[in-house]
Design a protein around this ligand. Sequence first.
Ligand code: ZN
Length: 310
Amino acid sequence: MGMNEGLGKFIEEAIMYNPRNVFSIHTSFYNRIITPYDFDGLTFDYNCASEDKYTSFKLDLSNRAEIDTQFEMIAYGVPETCVKKGKLDFTFHLVGKCQSCNDYHVDFLINVFTVDSIPKEWVNIHASIYRSDKDPKLSVPISIQKVGVNPEPKVDFNKIAMKFFDRESGNWYHKGLNAIANNYGIGSLAYFRRIIEKELMHIIKEIKELPDSHGLEIQILLDEHDKHSSVSTIYENIYQHLPKSLKSLGKNPIKLLYNQTSEALHSMTEQEAMEKSKIILQLLEFVIIKINEEKSDIKDLKEAIKGLGN
Ligand SMILES: [Zn+2]
């Protein structure tokens, strides 16, 4: 992978608010430290909020004067302003413009850093003594991370689903949606699987309480599951005891969800993981919404009966 291709992909996939999302580069000084100039003209896929679609964005350096001031001397060495406590550490601003409407844009803050100290000869090499044939090798890997974005990608969450989850699962749900919004398939799939692993029993117990499900039979399955959870057939056998609305897919939604937790993540491409994530998301929201509807039906009826008096 060429470095520029790597940088484009980095912008596209980096999850916001995740400072560990770093992209590490070994290069030579002659190829220079990563600067905004390396991003000039790179394209990436992103969500255009004004058109509400994924489309091609292009990084452009329209804030050139600002950049030139900061990086004027970079060809001859690292400016002192880019070094903190002997380590490389500086942040710059990039603008990504939607190529479709040519109007909507996203601002990124990119931080370039090294974990280890950089050699002193990298800093402020004077133009008159700089010789490209005496190129000091970069013995220290350079990392970049995305530390900010404006506007933040809009994440639409389902309020009913969010209410169903506790704070921890709600956080995973939000992060999973965020990862989808950032086109990060494997990341989102990991969060949704974590939700299923934790919430599937919660879902089954909620279903058990619904007026139209076979509560007693489901309790028997739950007792069995408690005894032999490793060879559990509850996911398979619960189907016949579900209320009609949860059978309306024609397939067993509980078993479908359970099956998603078994396939190995590392065998999937980003694309496959993204498709899977979106299906799981729909399925999860479908089940939770149906549970909620079944519950509200009985609540509405109770209210209505109250209105009848004795
Ligand atoms: Zn646009």
